[in-house]
Every structure is written in structure tokens, then in C-alpha cells.
Design a protein around this ligand. Structure first.
Ligand code: UD1
Ligand code: CA
Length: 457
């Protein structure tokens, strides 16, 4: 196989997005568009990847890091001008170069493989990846000669009324003979409505020089959507979401309504798991087998093991071990570990804490900066008081302890195993094994006093 190179165009500002975030960094199903492109490019095993950066150069470089080399396009004078910036890395090298836009996140590596194959089969100097669009507006149109061979590409803004009728569009992805590409780029001009150096002009130049130019049409227009504004961004998210959910369903995951379940690219879900409507699974989340994730749960960068039920809860950067259950309406904040078969109930918030095996934290409780052993019962309305206004303090509770309702544990404090904390206690001192602690004022009953209260007369 000959050498393969790739050039990713990612220097534009994306004016039509009307955004502070640079266009190619806008996420589609949880990953920046340029990240999707980079992954597809890597799947075709190029010998070298050059990304053209300009607007947001630092941010784009931080995203792709060492996976690409970078050429700076200081001024954005058009897509042709952008490719010229890669000359220092690629000019004069033998091989085939894929040029791809940073704003077409739905392209698949299968399509790129087919493009390469077609390009080689035709022995072409350039092959354009095209698609049939029912509504071609906004895209460059593919103009063919009388025998159906590509002549040139005309941009929408430069097209005559007749040319604008053409429904075969340029996806912005191409294979080029690398040497001819950089030679032909010397000949492009800004003689067009936008006053830009168009990469698309290369086609006409190569053809005039007597080289073969070809077009490979994908069967799926959706794949080639270029995201120029927020409307296309929503469409791209929608299309990718359907693709992702379909793949999970093929793998044995049940979706009650796949149209309203939002699963990021890269999330893993085990077979027999049920995903209810309104669920969002984000980032690096992994869900095991036989789980049930009910309505409106939001799980980010977390690991949920087999047989777990999460009811309408929010979980961030946490681990929930097998057969535990969480919710409804619980919030597991970063660094929470819920061990096997533990139960986290209604309106419970947990942060930086480990909840041991079979321990129950059932109702209206805050656990912050704590380590709880196994088979503990935490009563309703208990607060692990972890913050003194300046520092956070850690609390430990040993196995088989019983914490009554409405207990405050003022950290740092150590509660040994097999202890009991009486309901309503404010615990400030350590409690030792087999002891019970009670820390509340004694009740006083005042005889007949209620009758003297004016508001009870
Ligand atoms: C381009 C094509 C059009 C095609 C469409 C497909 C040209 C002239 N037009 O139009 O035929 O149908 O893509 O989506 O190529 N960029 C730079 N530097 C620049 C200009 C652009 O790096 O100076 C990058 C942008 O960041 C973007 C990509 O090139 O990732 C495409 O630019 P964009 O302005 O979106 O081109 P379109 O108008 O969509
Ligand atoms: Ca575009």
C-alpha cells in the first residue's frame, strides 16, 4: 500500500455558529467534532496527519495533542489557502492525501475506506466524496461534463440559477495524489464571490492539466452533513444519537424510547440493561449488564456494575458496585463508591465517601468525606458535618453500626464497629466498639403550660 496522509481543516472561526466556542470544538454526542474526525482519520492508518489550526489553535491542539502535527493558518483566506499551510510537512511526498473538514463529524471510516479504494481503482489524481442532497443549499455543487465525468465544483454563492439546481454536493472530503495536490495549489486564485482561495478549484485545474478526476458518491447524505450553524449541530447530534442507540440495541440493551435517551459516543452498556426515557449517559461512563436506569437519570464519567438500579438520580465520577441501588432522586457527587448491595434512597447526597457492602442510607441524608463499613444503617435526616468553613474533615463509621435518625456527626470523628448512635445526637467525640452514644438535651415536660400559651387560647 502506498503512503497515506491526512489533512484536517480546522482553522475557521465558524461565524455562523455565533459562538464563543470555536466551531470544530462544539460537541456532538459528547465529543468535539474535530475529535470525531481525528478518530475516523486514525482508522484509515495514515502515515502522517496535519491539522490546520487558526481560530482557537491552542484549544484544538490541546484536544488532539500528539495525535496530529499542526500547521498554523494565521489568516483564514479559504480552504485552498488552508491546505497550502501543510506544504512544509507534505509537499513533494509520494502518496495519497485525504483532505477532510473538521465540521463533518458523521462521516464513517467505512466510507473513507471506500473513497480510497475508488480513488485507487480509477487511478485518479483527485476523487471527491459526494452525496445526493434533496436540499443542496449551502454546499458546493458537482458539475459534470456531457458524459457524466466531473468538470468542477461550484460554490453556492458563485452558482448560476441552473447550476444551483444540481443536487450532487461536495461533502468537503477528498483524496488527492499528494504531489499533484501541492503543485495545483500554486495555481488557485481568489477570483470568486467570496474572494477566497477555494480548495474546490483544484478539481478544474487538475482536469485541465489532463489528469483524471473522479467523484465517489456515498449512499447516505446524512453522513456528510457539514455543521455550519446550530441547526445543523442539532441535526448532527440527532443522527449520531440514533446511530449510537441502534448499536446498543443490537448489543442487547432495551430502550423504552430511543428518541429521548442521550448516550454519549464511547459510553459502554451491558446486555439486558434497560434505559428509560430522558436518561443521559455522559463522558467515560460504563454501565454493566442487567441494570435498570430509570427516567431522567444523569450519569457522568462513572462506572455502574451489573444488576444495579438507578432511579431518577444524578451520578458523577463515582462507582456503584454490583446489585446496589440508588434513588429515587439521589445525588452521588465525585469520588463516591457505593459497594455491593448497598442501598442509597430518596434525597440522599453523597460526596467523596465510601458506602460499604449492604449498608443502607435510605432517606434525606448528606454523607460528605466519610468511610462507612458494611451493614450499617443510617437513619433519616443524618448529616455528616464535614466542613468547618475552612477545611474538610473525614469521618469513619465501622461495620454493623446503627445510626439513628437526625444524627449530626461533626468531623473529624471515628465511630468504631458495632456501635449505636442515638437518634437526634450531635456526635463530636469518638465512639468505641460496642458502645452507644447519646448526645442530646434531656426532655423537660412543663405541666399545664400549653394552656397558658396565648396562641393556644
Ligand atoms: C466547503 C466547500 C463546499 C462543501 C462544504 C462541505 C470550499 C470552498 N467549499 O464549504 O464545496 O460543499 O465545505 O461541508 O471548500 N477552513 C480553514 N481555513 C479557512 C477556511 C475554512 O481551516 O480559511 C476550515 C473550516 O474550519 C472548516 C472547513 O475548512 O472546518 C470548511 O470550511 P467552511 O467555511 O465550513 O466551508 P463551507 O462553506 O462549508
Ligand atoms: Ca462547512
Amino acid at each position: 500500500m502506498d503512503e497515506r496522509y491526512a489533512i484536517i481543516l480546522a482553522a475557521g472561526k465558524g461565524t455562523r455558529m455565533k459562538s464563543k466556542l470555536y466551531k470544530v470544538l462544539h460537541p456532538v454526542c459528547g465529543k468535539p467534532m474535530v475529535e470525531h474526525i481525528m478518530s475516523r482519520v486514525e482508522e484509515i492508518n495514515p502515515n502522517k496527519v496535519v491539522t490546520i489550526v487558526g481560530h482557537g489553535a491552542q484549544e484544538v491542539k490541546a484536544q488532539l495533542d500528539t495525535r496530529s502535527e499542526y500547521a498554523l493558518q494565521a489568516e483564514q483566506l479559504g480552504t485552498g489557502h488552508a491546505v497550502i499551510q501543510a506544504a512544509d510537512f507534505l509537499k513533494g511526498k509520494k502518496g495519497t492525501t485525504l483532505v477532510i473538514s473538521g465540521d463533518t463529524p458523521l462521516l464513517t471510516s467505512e466510507t473513507l475506506d471506500q473513497l480510497f479504494e475508488y480513488h485507487q481503482g480509477k487511478n485518479a489524481s483527485a476523487t471527491i466524496l459526494t452525496a445526493h442532497a434533496d436540499d443542496p443549499s449551502g454546499y458546493g455543487r458537482i458539475l459534470c461534463d456531457r458524459v457524466g465525468i466531473v468538470d468542477r465544483i461550484v460554490e453556492q454563492k458563485d452558482a448560476s440559477i441552473e447550476e444551483a439546481q444540481v443536487k450532487e454536493i461536495n461533502t468537503g472530503t477528498y483524496c488527492f495524489d499528494n504531489e499533484l495536490l501541492f503543485e495545483a495549489l500554486d495555481n488557485i486564485t481568489t477570483d470568486n464571490v467570496q474572494g477566497e482561495y477555494y480548495l474546490t478549484d483544484i478539481i478544474e485545474i487538475l482536469k485541465e492539466q489532463g489528469h483524471i478526476v473522479a467523484a465517489y458518491q456515498t449512499s447516505d447524505f446524512e453522513e456528510s452533513i457539514g455543521v455550519n450553524d446550530r441547526i445543523a449541530l442539532a441535526q448532527a447530534n440527532d443522527i449520531m444519537r440514533r446511530r449510537i442507540n441502534r448499536k446498543h440495541m443490537q448489543n442487547g440493551v432495551t430502550f423504552i424510547d430511543p428518541n429521548t435517551s442521550y448516550i454519549d459516543d464511547g459510553v459502554k452498556i451491558g446486555a439486558e440493561t434497560i434505559i428509560e426515557p430522558g436518561v443521559s449517559l455522559k463522558g467515560e461512563t460504563i454501565i454493566g449488564e442487567d441494570c435498570v436506569i430509570t427516567q431522567n437519570s444523569q450519569i457522568t464519567d462513572s462506572r455502574i456494575e451489573d444488576g444495579v438500579t438507578v432511579k431518577s438520580s444524578t451520578i458523577e465520577e463515582s462507582i456503584v458496585y454490583a446489585k446496589a441501588d440508588v434513588g429515587p432522586y439521589a445525588h452521588l457527587r465525585p469520588k463516591t463508591e457505593v459497594k455491593q448491595q448497598a442501598h442509597i434512597g430518596n434525597f440522599v447526597e453523597i460526596k467523596n465517601a465510601t458506602i460499604g457492602e449492604k449498608t443502607k442510607v435510605g432517606h434525606l441524608t448528606y454523607v460528605g468525606d466519610a468511610t462507612l463499613g458494611k451493614e450499617i444503617n443510617v437513619g433519616c435526616g443524618t448529616v455528616f458535618v464535614n466542613y468547618d468553613g475552612k477545611n474538610k474533615h473525614h469521618t469513619t463509621v465501622g461495620d454493623h453500626s446503627f445510626i439513628g435518625s437526625a444524627v449530626n456527626l461533626i468531623g473529624p470523628v471515628n465511630i468504631a464497629q458495632n456501635t449505636c448512635l442515638a437518634a437526634g445526637s450531635t456526635i463530636t467525640d469518638d465512639v468505641y466498639e460496642d458502645d452507644m452514644a447519646i448526645a442530646r438535651a434531656r426532655q423537660v415536660n412543663k405541666e399545664g403550660y400549653a394552656k397558658r400559651l396565648p396562641f393556644l387560647q
